[in-house]
Design a protein around this ligand. Structure first.
Ligand SMILES: Cc1cc2nc3c(=O)[nH]c(=O)nc-3n(C[C@H](O)[C@H](O)[C@H](O)COP(=O)(O)OP(=O)(O)OC[C@H]3O[C@@H](n4cnc5c(N)ncnc54)[C@H](O)[C@@H]3O)c2cc1C
Length: 325
């Protein structure tokens, strides 16, 4: 018996959401008194993979076949189910991120496993069954799923837990799933990646803005502050819907869920649907002209003021602080 975590790499680096999934898998393994094993598909250096030991993984199965460098849910589901079967894993954990959402349903069909999309807490086992909590209605309520099948697939909501890292080092073992070209439903012929931007889902610092900014032409100060701080930019859905900002920046119930160390919200009212995506942030700073804006209730620090006066001062002070330290 073992618990298998599927760990994604991007350009050789382990994704933050996958570190969380591996940590979750290790905690489940610890509770069951079994081993935590991770599976990595695609190119990555062994010393990078060995760092999974810091979140409790004992062994990493690594399939370095170059065909895995691009995600394909059909081929990946086959490889992950083969690894689960060969490791004797009854619990498979992965992230409920973009790829995980595509992979997990296929995987659960292959493994004949019950599946929880978006777990936010560790499962509670009772014999062969397990109960797993997930959020519903934008985090206003929770549902507890009971998994009755022998095999279980759990997709963990990104940013729902903070891995505690130790000093462990995982062993890395080559793994060769029986994959043929026919297992890949698509072939990526080329990619055009945005470079130099911090991916929002991985960011520790986020500067976000909403309709209070009046128009897309006013985002220069938000971009400048984010660049100075080494932060990612985000926005409310209201501004993404009117094309002031790209939709991949929109956070909330219908957008990304993030949990940065610092979330600065400028000119965002703090509607429940927005808060659903950011209320796990460690520190929330709100800048809003309206002292009654609901966001202030969720804020650790609030500035009642006009963004067009406050943000330039913020940038000025931040630059002074940075040059002094
Ligand atoms: C089913 C559903 C799903 C949704 N999902 C999401 C979601 O995922 N994410 C999301 O964000 N929204 C979502 N929404 C929309 C949400 O309800 C709000 O309408 C939206 O978040 C409002 O965006 P906003 O705060 O930018 O705009 P507004 O509500 O218009 O707020 C603008 C704020 O800016 C302040 N302001 C104005 N001028 C200034 C100034 N000069 N300086 C500083 N502050 C100023 C105002 O006081 C106000 O608080 C969803 C709605 C529904 C119905």
């Amino acid at each position: 018996m073992a618990v298998l975590s599927f760990v994604e790499v991007s350009e050789g680096k382990i994704k933050k959401a996958s570190v969380e999934a591996a940590y979750y898998g290790s905690k489940v393994a610890e509770g069951l008194g079994t081993d935590s094993i991770a599976l990595v598909l695609g190119a990555a250096a062994s010393d990078e993979l060995a760092t999974l030991g810091q979140v409790g993984v004992k062994k990493v199965l690594h399939a370095s076949d170059a065909r895995f460098n691009n995600f394909d849910s059909k081929a990946f589901a086959k490889a992950v189910s083969e690894a689960a079967n060969s490791a004797g894993a009854n619990v498979v954990v992965l992230s409920f991120n973009q790829n995980g959402k595509l992979l997990a349903p296929r995987l659960s069909v292959r493994l004949k496993a019950a599946y929880v999309p978006g777990a936010v807490e560790l499962p509670v086992f009772n014999g062969a069954t397990a109960v797993v909590k997930k959020n519903v209605f934008s985090g206003k309520a929770s549902a507890h799923y009971q998994l009755n099948t022998e095999k279980k697939v759990i997709a963990v909501n990104p940013n729902s837990l903070s891995p505690v890292k130790g000093s462990g080092v995982a062993t890395v073992e080559a793994f060769a799933p029986s994959i043929t070209d026919a297992d890949f439903s698509s072939v990526v012929k080329g990619t055009d990646k945005i470079v130099g931007e911090i991916p929002l889902s991985e960011a520790e610092l986020v500067v976000s803005a909403g309709r209070g900014l009046k128009g897309p032409e006013n985002w220069g100060m938000i971009d400048e502050l984010a660049k100075d701080m080494g932060a990612a930019t985000a926005c409310s859905r209201a501004v993404a819907d009117v094309d002031w900002r790209p939709h991949h920046e929109h956070v909330g119930q219908t957008g990304l869920t993030i949990r940065p160390n610092l979330y600065i919200a400028v000119g965002i009212s703090g509607a429940i649907q927005h808060l659903a995506g950011v209320n796990g942030s460690k520190v929330i700073v709100v800048i809003n002209t309206d002292p009654e804006a609901p966001f202030f209730k969720a804020a650790d620090y609030g500035i009642v003021g006009d963004a067009f006066q406050v943000v330039p001062k913020f940038i000025e002070e931040y630059k002074k602080f940075k040059s002094a330290h």
